[in-house]
Design a protein around this ligand. Structure first.
Ligand SMILES: Cc1cc2nc3c(=O)[nH]c(=O)nc-3n(C[C@H](O)[C@H](O)[C@H](O)COP(=O)(O)O)c2cc1C
Length: 330
């Protein structure tokens, strides 16, 4: 393919193979108005003297403001600023509405919450086809410790560190079920050990977990939840908890008996929850915040996909109740 018959869409798609961050470049026009646009053509040029560049579409409604202004600011957007990127890529809207802005040289607007920010003086402008290449000397910069937003193939992405090579001798055949099972087993081990020192069994561990989803269930409902983890809850076990003063059964006949916490049962479950949350924190120690969110999102997608034929009583809405102790069913 030579460049006289390029399909612009395909050319754009091929360029999209180059992964970038996302920036918002701002300036102040001669009319005293703030201007800004989303740009991923930003790049570093020189360390000494410190210089950067980006290219500006001549069609942009801000084109004149940028080419006439002496200064511009580049904001490298953080992961949670996708909405700002979309706003600054729109034409004919008040992009700065509701934003708190600081001020740089000549009053150029400075945005908050980004990963890094560069205040620049325009030193060169080059012709670049339908774009103008703006080169700026960096006068000041700020770096914030927030993960950056990523752009690839026409869509937003998140940074994820490459996983270390999987050692099959450790992880069996690299089967997802084994990985999930092993991760779950290892993660909950410290909770079970702690409960053991308090004289509680594996069945108690499950019972505390099930009841933390919400009280007021019947024994039949609770037993169905136990089936979910392949266990059976004997009636005598429940009676033991009642004898210990941790649960009460409220009703006239056994069929409609509902299970409630006593105050000490509730306290014990809250303690169990604290163990569970501590176990989660320690399990996620090797991941940064973004990776942990990604992991949960991806597992969530597997759950959604594999749960289409889940029996009614296993569905989230039939397990979680308003009186659950986790606060956010999520
Ligand atoms: C991720 C992304 C990257 C962009 N990169 C550039 C760029 O480098 N240069 C540019 O001129 N426009 C770029 N645009 C398009 C402009 O943001 C958009 O056309 C412009 O802001 C439209 O509004 P305006 O006419 O008010 O400038 C990009 C848009 C997106 C969503």
């Amino acid at each position: 393919m030579n460049n006289t018959n390029f399909d612009p869409r395909q050319f754009r798609q091929a360029l999209g193979a180059f992964t970038t961050g996302v920036t918002i470049v701002t300036t102040r026009g001669a009319d005293g108005q703030d201007y800004g646009l989303t740009a991923n053509s930003f790049n570093s040029v020189s360390i000494d003297p410190p210089m950067v560049l980006w290219s500006l579409n001549k069609d942009s409604t801000s084109a004149h403001a940028f080419t006439a202004s002496e200064y511009f600011a580049v904001h490298i957007l953080a992961t949670d600023q996708e909405h700002l990127s979309n706003m600054f890529a729109k034409r004919g809207v008040d992009k700065f509405a509701g934003l708190t802005t600081g001020r740089g040289p000549d009053g150029i607007p400075l945005l908050e919450g980004c990963s890094a920010r560069f205040q620049c003086r325009t030193t060169y402008q080059y012709e670049g086809g339908d774009h103008v290449i703006l080169v700026g000397e960096v006068l000041a910069f700020d770096r914030f410790d927030t993960p950056p937003l990523v752009f690839h193939g026409g869509g937003y992405r998140r940074l994820m560190q490459p996983a270390p090579a999987v050692d099959n001798s450790v992880y069996g055949e690299n089967w997802l079920g084994f990985l999930l099972g092993r991760a779950y087993y290892q993660m909950q081990l410290p909770i079970r050990q702690q409960l053991k020192t308090m004289g509680m069994s594996d069945l108690d561990f499950e019972l505390l977990g099930m009841l933390s989803f919400g009280e007021g269930k019947t024994l039949t409902q609770l037993r169905r939840l136990f089936e979910f983890v392949g266990k059976h809850l004997p009636r005598e076990h429940l009676d033991l908890w009642v004898d210990k003063g941790l649960l009460t059964l409220e009703a006239s006949d056994e069929e409609s008996e509902r299970i409630y916490f006593t105050e000490s049962g509730r306290q014990l479950t809250i303690q169990w929850l604290a163990f569970a949350k501590a176990a989660e924190m320690s399990a996620l120690e090797s991941l940064d915040y973004e990776e942990a969110q990604q992991l949960k999102l991806l597992i969530g997608r597997v759950i959604q996909h594999t749960g289409e034929t889940l029996p009614e009583h296993w569905r989230k809405e039939n397990i979680w109740q308003d009186n659950n102790l986790w606060q956010q069913p999520g």
